[in-house]
Design a protein around this ligand. Structure first.
Ligand code: NAD
Ligand code: IPM
Ligand code: MN
Length: 379
């Protein structure tokens, strides 16, 4: 993307729970920051989420996907609501968007922020990043449940770079209910995310990528991911060294020393889990920004979900969404605006009294007040 275009169209799915609350703050801050670079946004709002689904039975029509594809970038709050069976909206909206636009990178920086209490004392700033493969692994959506002990599952799948055809026929003796979910990692998927992890390390001025694995328990699935990642790094990035961390031990080491890692290259499922752990270590899910990045439409969203337990109370922390807005600005080439937003978040947190912090960080500021504080610290 280049920074010469001055008006950008942004598809917005604010979604469920605290999604609309935090996205309102992210938009307000991004808009103010970008205006100083002479840039503006046309927000193209979409209603998809639980309320829309319960009212109309519509999840996410193909026509909307096509229309979204015409925009420059996308911003998403969160999807998921206790009134809808888990998976229907998360798969039907969030994962569909990631797969449809082939957003193969889920970039999730974990950074400690000034004045934000962390559960484990930090001896230095935490500045790490999860580079999560975002289209494969256990997330393929191939599977089913049987009550009678046999199943015949369709394994048909269309993805950005390939199509899959086939069936999985299984019979259990004695017949009993069981579930099967097929995970896949391809050379195509693992090598492109390994490349992105190396590029991320280079941008950070680092020479190490940690491949997060579990080849000891699932040698086919994760041994393959690990092997492809190693080969890609060795063949294409001689200046980058790889090391390996089993995901269980990684969690252990992270809690004991949250600053021990830089770039964590993760298969999809481990990246999901490790990014929540990293967020907690940095001070809370409200710190954690994210981007779903591909060669087409990219989508920026906080790591957290719809937080139904605090939705509507004003206690949601919008910083993760505001920082996701900064990632979006940088993606559009508005680097100065992005830096301005990140700087304003840091300045506000460094200068505020304890009560001016978001509830999540032990303060009393509402979601809107936090957005206003950040706005006031943009220079
Ligand atoms: P969650 O991330 O919504 O919440 C976990 C905990 O963190 C809750 O106690 C919540 O109150 C707190 N929290 C999260 N974000 C916060 C914020 N910005 N400020 C303050 N506190 C915050 O995870 P969950 O409870 O497992 O999921 C709730 C719903 O969200 C489910 O339907 C789930 O599928 C969905 N979900 C969606 C996304 C997404 O859209 N990207 C991500 C994760 C979960
Ligand atoms: C996330 C979420 C999603 C994921 C869910 C809601 C499908 O947890 O964005 O981290 O697992 O990727
Ligand atoms: Mn998650």
């Amino acid at each position: 993307m280049n920074g010469t275009k001055k008006n950008y169209s942004v598809a917005v799915v604010a979604g469920d729970g605290i999604g609309p609350e935090v996205i309102a703050e992210a938009k307000k801050v991004a808009e103010a920051a970008a205006s100083s670079e002479g840039a503006s946004f046309e927000w193209v709002e979409y209603p998809f989420g639980a309320a829309h689904y319960l009212k109309t039975n519509e999840i996410l029509p193909e026509s909307a996907l096509v229309e979204m594809g015409e925009t420059d970038v996308m911003l998403l709050g969160a999807i998921g609501d206790p009134a809808v069976k888990p998976g229907i909206l998360e798969r039907g909206i969030l994962l569909t968007l990631r797969f449809f636009f082939d957003q193969y990178v889920n970039l999730r920086p974990a950074m400690s922020l000034p004045n934000v209490p962390t559960p484990v004392p930090l001896t230095e700033r935490m500045d790490s990043v999860v580079v999560r493969e975002n289209t494969e692994d256990l997330y393929m959506g191939l599977g089913g449940v049987t009550q009678d002990g046999s199943c015949d599952l369709d394994m048909t799948l269309e993805r950005g770079g390939y199509s899959l055809r086939g069936r999985l026929q299984l019979a259990m003796t004695p017949g009993m209910p069981f579930a099967a979910q097929v995970a896949l990692n391809t050379k195509y998927g693992a090598s492109r995310i390994a490349r992105y992890a190396c590029e991320t390390a280079k941008k950070r001025g680092e020479s190490r990528v940690t491949i997060v694995t579990k080849a000891n328990a699932a040698p086919a699935l994760y041994g393959f991911f690990e092997q492809v990642a190693k080969e890609t790094i060795e063949a294409e990035y001689p200046q980058i060294e790889w090391d390996l961390a089993n995901v269980d031990a990684l969690c252990y080491h992270l809690v004991r020393k949250p600053t021990a890692y830089g770039v964590l290259l993760c298969p999809n499922l481990f990246g999901d889990i490790v990014s929540d752990l990293q967020a907690a270590l940095a001070g809370g899910l409200g710190t954690a920004a994210g981007g779903n990045i591909g060669d087409g439409l990219s989508m920026f969203e906080p790591v957290h979900g719809s937080a139904p337990d605090i939705a509507g109370t004003g206690r949601a922390n919008p910083i993760a969404a505001i920082l996701s807005g900064a990632l979006m600005l940088r993606h559009l080439g508005l680097d100065a605006s992005a830096a301005k937003v990140e700087g304003a978040v840091s300045k506000y947190l460094a200068q505020t009294t304890k009560s001016g912090l978001p509830h999540e960080f032990g303060g009393e500021a509402s979601c809107t007040e936090v957005g206003d504080f950040v706005l006031r610290h943009l220079d």
